[in-house]
Design a protein. Structure first.
Length: 435
């Protein structure tokens, strides 16, 4: 233990990161910036080439930082997992999506663990960062890694430290976001915490086990899922009562304690918040327990795209226009404002639902000029012109990007269905309907 811990403190350890996506690349960059020789592993050759060429593809990474650490040989990427043998510490940052049955797909985590085994050596640290269900580190990873013949807690060290990435956040990035770390043994926790303390400029919160840190991550995002489910349900009710729910929220958040503002919308997007509760509800069934409140919020949030399309149809009906054959301009397909990330975006679900109803859908998003879904490439409109807006029977705002001129949109649109309150500051609201 002392040898590996000292190598981390001295920054002579070689660090590895498996998966160079939204979590892995920023983490690899911070490790290299801290002075560690870092190897990034990814099965996508395109990503490997971009990293090695110093070409950035993740919004939270500074282009100049990536170029500098690649040119100084502190960071290199590879698809050759045999180079794992040179790594002293490896962080697993691979996707954990849901399968077609809305159950956790941990095949990427399992494959990553198996790819490490042939190259494991004594005094090696492995940390899982991918969001997953409580028990994954101990029940899945530990047995796989011990097929190497090495003993966890003695020969190698294993921990879980949940990723905390908020794309587009201008204040909190990988480097300054507090980290939670839970190891299989106290030694595992200590070495993993030492690694993050050396790399990051943020407090490291140590917990007693991987299951605590796995559950903590689920709590973070389930908390948001449940509260967003609450405001989505109240938004539906307030529409029936002809009450402006956005104004209700503004009034409620004037209270300086006991209330945190959450906002309704066309659904949930991103990798974590829409998915994490499914990990928990799936695991809970193993114990004969149903997470009724959580599952209720998931049902509300999952239905929001369909509800928004139903509202769109009613708006069109007031103008004596059927949704079948109507031209609908969707503004924004990113899952949140001012980013290019469209993973699990509710806007894409809205587009799919509109097309099922027979609408002709076009979209504009300054951050997402095109996106691929189910191997189908869809291109957005290159420019938001007056002619484009006027051509639509309905404009639906599904992402509130701040670099869109909503006064201009309102000026030229026949009618707008604003699901994000993006037109809050527009003076003339005659042709606007809010979610």
């Amino acid at each position: 233990m002392g040898n590996l811990k000292q190598k981390i403190i001295d920054k002579t350890a070689t660090l590895g990161v498996i998966g160079l996506g939204y979590v892995g690349l920023p983490l690899a960059v911070e490790k290299a910036k801290a002075g560690f020789k870092t190897i990034g592993f990814d099965v996508q050759q395109s990503r490997v080439k971009m990293v090695n060429d110093g070409n950035n593809y993740i919004g939270d990474v500074v282009n100049e930082d990536l170029k500098a650490i690649v040119e100084s040989n502190l960071l290199k990427a590879t698809a050759d997992f045999s180079e794992m043998a040179h790594a002293d510490c490896v962080c697993i940052c691979v996707p954990t999506p849901l399968d077609e049955h809305q159950q956790p797909d941990i095949s990427y985590v399992e494959a990553s663990a198996k790819s490490i085994v042939p190259y494991m050596h004594k005094d090696m640290l492995i940390v899982l960062e991918s969001t997953t269900y409580p028990g994954t580190t101990e029940e899945l990873l530990k047995p796989i890694l011990e097929t190497s013949g090495l003993i966890c807690g003695e020969d190698f060290f294993l921990a879980f430290s949940p990723e905390r990435v908020d794309p587009g956040n201008l204040i909190y990035k990988t480097k300054n976001t507090p980290k939670v770390v839970g190891g299989i043994t106290p030694k595992c926790t200590d070495i993993a915490a030492t690694l993050y303390e050396t790399v990051l400029e943020a407090p490291i919160h140590r917990v007693s086990s991987p299951a605590i840190s796995e559950m903590e991550k689920i709590l973070e995002n389930t908390y948001r899922n449940v509260n967003i489910g609450l405001v989505n349900e109240l938004a539906i009710l307030c529409n029936k009562m002809q009450i402006n729910f956005w104004e209700v929220i503004d009034a409620a958040k004037s209270k300086p304690y006991g209330f945190q503002a959450f906002y309704p919308g066309p659904g949930l997007g991103g990798h974590c918040i829409p998915l994490d509760p499914y990990y928990l509800s799936w695991k809970a069934r193993e114990y004969g327990f149903h997470t009724s409140m959580i599952e209720a919020s998931m049902m509300i949030n999952d239905r929001m795209p369909e509800y928004c399309v139903e509202r769109a149809a009613k708006i069109l009906n007031r103008f004596k226009k059927a949704i079948n054959g109507a031209r609908v301009l969707v503004l924004g397909v990113a899952y949140k404002q001012n980013i290019k990330d469209f993973r699990e975006s509710p806007a894409i679900a809205v587009i799919d639902e509109l097309e099922k109803m027979g609408a002709e859908v076009i979209y504009f998003d300054p951050f997402v000029p095109e996106y691929r879904e189910n191997d189908k490439l869809r291109k957005g409109e290159p420019e938001l012109t007056a002619e484009l807006i006027k051509s639509a029977d309905l404009v639906m705002i599904t992402t509130s990007h701040t670099n869109v001129d909503y006064d201009f949109v309102v000026q030229h649109a026949k009618v707008i269905f604003d699901t994000k309150n993006a037109t809050k500051d527009v003076a003339n609201k005659k042709n606007i309907e809010l979610l």
